[in-house]
Design a protein around this ligand. Structure first.
Ligand SMILES: [Cu+2]
Length: 498
């Protein structure tokens, strides 16, 4: 209602001015034509000057009023290294075009006033003026050259690929109608191979499971990156054109089906720091949920985002993902909480080419488990508490022959023995209660001996090892269930001295 009244009053004032103009015209006509025309010109010239002043005040005032929503200023400054360069380029361009804008407006209206029609004044005609030509060619040339060269420098910096020995994180984003698939390389830092022909319901990206680099890749539903770390994003599309856009970091690159592209950037400010930057600006102090006045202010609810900047179809808007820029420690923490897609969904299914086989990934994980177990018990005083179960040492059924995969666990024991030169161990064999107790006793002794033989074969001095078969006498679980019996059939070592 207020706005309507305001518009109406502006229209009315305009009508009044037009009417006054007509009245003056009529009255001057009554007084005579000659003087009328001159007076009309004077009035128009004066109005032009007034308009110029009003217009410039309006332009400067509105720029000041809207400064907090302008790119590259205040809360909207870039959050990446190259983004600051791009912003600075915008500001330089605005600076020069601003000067030209003010000068041309002032000159335009001032000349219209100064050279208005006067009695006896005649127009000056000239066909050519070298001085003028030089001035209005040279000045724009110099300014444009400066802006273009600056632009080229920034462009080259921004579009430069990583060097081989650079320290950077590589992630991958694949656009699809209408979502982004994000992929991180996992612990090995290498993104696994893809082949579109392998794409299926459980393999949306066509990851090649033969490639070990794929085994630790994980597919998070948001982008998390450490601050001040160079990032290379591989950008692909599965169907139509999409565009990978991180507005605050000034990252923008087309995702083209069939033609992978990339973008390199270094975030310079964490999400939390950016929130602090927004805090205090009136636009950001309003509730984040307009329908709930008690909700957090907008600055507190702020998140960087990944958007698609290509109009890729009706679900285009839903391609938004959260981007979190965090400290190095928070990033490591988050990484350690992620589960590789392969391990969670593919491992030991029919789609797994390594079904039933041991992977580097498992070998490393098993080593970690054993080292953790060792560190957990090594400080106990009582050797009875310093017992570690060799979870992955197994024997062929009913025999004392080690399975092939047992060597990984036993090699870890060899490493421990080599690291702790004075450590001595008792190797213990245990069975469940199925079958004859005497036979079980014999089997457990034979198995403990087999382990001892393996270790001495690897160079561990025999005097540091004893072997003991315990048969079925020391169960750690119930012998009533399959699971319990499996737990009771085990090989352990006891740290006698350390
Ligand atoms: Cu899209």
């Amino acid at each position: 209602m207020k706005a309507l009244l305001l518009i109406l009053s502006i229209i009315l004032i305009a009508v009044i001015f037009v009417q006054i103009g007509r009245l003056t015209e009529l009255s001057s006509k009554v007084r005579g034509e000659e003087g009328h025309s001159l007076r009309k010109n004077n009035a128009t010239a004066m109005w032009l000057l007034i308009f110029m002043v009003g217009f410039l005040i309006f332009c400067i005032g509105s720029a000041w009023y809207y400064k907090d929503v302008m790119l590259a200023y205040g809360p909207n400054k870039a959050a990446s290294v190259h983004g600051e360069q791009i912003d600075s380029l915008f500001n330089w361009t605005l600076f020069f075009t601003g000067i030209v804008f003010v000068i041309t407006q002032v000159v335009l209206f001032y000349f219209a006033w100064k050279y208005r029609m006067k009695e006896g004044r005649v127009a000056k005609f000239f066909a050519h003026d070298n001085k003028l030509e030089v001035i209005w060619t040279l000045i724009p040339t110099v300014v444009m050259a400066f802006l273009v060269v600056q632009g080229l420098i920034v462009w080259n910096d921004t579009m430069m690929d990583v060097d081989e020995d650079d320290d950077y994180i590589e992630i991958e984003a694949t656009g699809e109608q209408w979502l982004w698939h994000l992929r991180y390389p996992g612990a090995d830092g290498v993104i696994g191979e893809r082949d579109f022909r392998l794409t299926s319901g459980t393999n949306q990206l066509g990851q090649d499971w033969e490639d070990a680099a794929n085994h630790d890749d994980f597919l998070p539903d948001k982008i998390v990156l450490p601050v001040n770390q160079k990032v290379r994003v591989r950008i692909l599309a599965k169907d139509v054109l999409h565009n990978f856009y991180l507005p605050h970091q000034r990252v923008k690159m087309d995702a083209v089906p069939g033609t992978p592209s990339y973008f390199i950037f270094t975030p310079t400010i964490t999400t939390e720091e950016y929130r602090q930057r927004l805090k205090g600006h009136p636009d950001w102090e309003v509730p984040s949920d307009p329908s709930d006045p008690t909700s957090d202010p907008r600055w507190k609810a702020f998140n960087f985002e990944l958007a698609c900047a290509e109009l890729c179809g009706q679900g285009h808007f839903s391609m938004r993902k959260i981007v979190e820029i965090v400290s190095e420690e928070e990033y490591e923490q988050w990484m350690s909480e992620q589960t590789p897609y392969y391990i969670q969904n593919i491992r030991n299914t029919d789609a797994d080419p390594y079904k039933g086989q041991l992977l580097d990934y498992d070998i490393k994980a098993r080593r970690g488990e054993l080292m953790d177990a060792f560190n957990d018990v090594r400080d106990y005083e009582d050797p009875e508490e310093r017992i570690i179960r060799l979870k992955y040492v197994q024997f062929e059924t009913g025999s004392a022959r080690l399975t092939a995969d047992s060597k990984y666990e036993l090699n870890n024991v060899v490493d421990l023995m080599n690291e702790y030169k004075s450590m001595t161990l008792e190797l213990g064999g245990h069975t469940d209660n199925v079958g004859d107790a005497g036979a079980n006793q014999e089997l457990s002794q034979a198995r403990a001996d087999a382990v001892q033989a393996y270790l001495t074969g690897k160079g561990v001095n025999a005097s540091r090892l004893t072997s003991q078969g315990y048969g079925q006498n020391k169960p750690v679980d119930s012998n009533e269930t399959d699971e319990g019996r499996a737990n009771n059939r085990r090989t352990e070592f006891k740290i006698i001295t350390l």
